[in-house]
Design a protein around this ligand. Structure first.
Ligand code: 13P
Length: 250
């Protein structure tokens, strides 16, 4: 099964940058023939990017979605609109949205449901903060974050979704979680969900995000329990990103 690499550009980029980036990416398609690459630009550039990646195996990821499909919701973007421009994945519950936009579990659950409704794959972000990490309660925190959704909607909510394990303390800090830690958390998440119901067994994916760069990508990406990477800063520079995809396939 092909592993996935998602480039979360966050609030960065412009048309000139995107045009050049996709052109170089297309030229180097041999480098990622065994992987799935998905680009997540700011929403205003989604359709532009969609046109540039036509007839390639690069897909589109949205950084956000609204809880409504249409109506009087000023400033929002609907899952249906995202579907229309071929969006394959939607990132939900990124720690930056939880922090800066006060998105709580009840909102995140609605976002997951609406995303699944239009047949887009949700990428649900979870992860502990530095205090939790120091207290060695990372596993407990991650399970707690997942538990809310299970309690409200049952284990089926995790069918065909992607869970992104992104320890908050490693996002944008240059400090990636150790291989041992990533392995441990991933095993815990997998076991936690699989044990709830046999029917769900491995019908979901787990990816890692947090200070992935050209030096650490190979080891993380090739972990048995990891289905891919969610990359922020290092995915913005095309040369760094090419080095990452070169290194992971070494
Ligand atoms: P960095 O790769 O910049 O640490 O960001 C990770 C992230 O938040 C991806 O969603």
């Amino acid at each position: 099964m092909k592993k996935i690499i998602i480039c979360n550009w966050k609030l960065n980029g412009n048309k000139k940058f995107i045009k050049k980036y996709i052109k170089i990416l297309k030229k180097n398609k041999k480098l990622y023939k065994n992987n799935k690459i998905s680009i997540s630009p700011p929403i205003i550039y989604m359709d532009y990017t969609n046109k540039l990646i036509k007839n390639t195996n690069i897909s589109l990821t949205s950084q956000n979605v609204d809880i409504n499909l249409k109506g009087s919701f000023t400033g929002e973007i609907s899952a249906k609109m995202l579907k229309k421009i071929n969006t394959k994945y939607i990132i939900i519950g990124h720690s930056e949205r939880r922090l800066y936009h006060k998105e709580k579990n009840n909102i995140l659950l609605k976002k997951i449901i609406i995303t699944k409704k239009v047949n887009i794959t949700p990428i649900i972000c979870i992860g502990e903060n530095i205090n939790d990490y120091n207290l060695k309660i990372s596993e407990k925190i991650c399970k707690k974050q997942l538990k809310y959704f299970i309690k409200k909607k049952g284990i089926k909510i995790f069918e065909n979704i992607i869970i992104a394990y992104e320890p908050i303390w490693s996002i944008g800090t240059g400090k990636n979680a150790s291989i041992k830690h990533i392995n441990k958390i991933n095993k815990t998440i997998r076991k936690y969900i699989n044990n709830k119901n046999k029917k769900i067994k491995n019908k979901f994916k787990i990816i890692y995000g947090g200070s992935v760069n050209k030096n650490n990508a190979n080891k993380i990406f090739n972990l048995k329990n990891i289905d891919g990477l969610l990359i922020g800063k290092s995915s913005i520079n095309i040369n760094e990103f090419l080095k990452i995809i070169k290194n992971i396939n070494k």
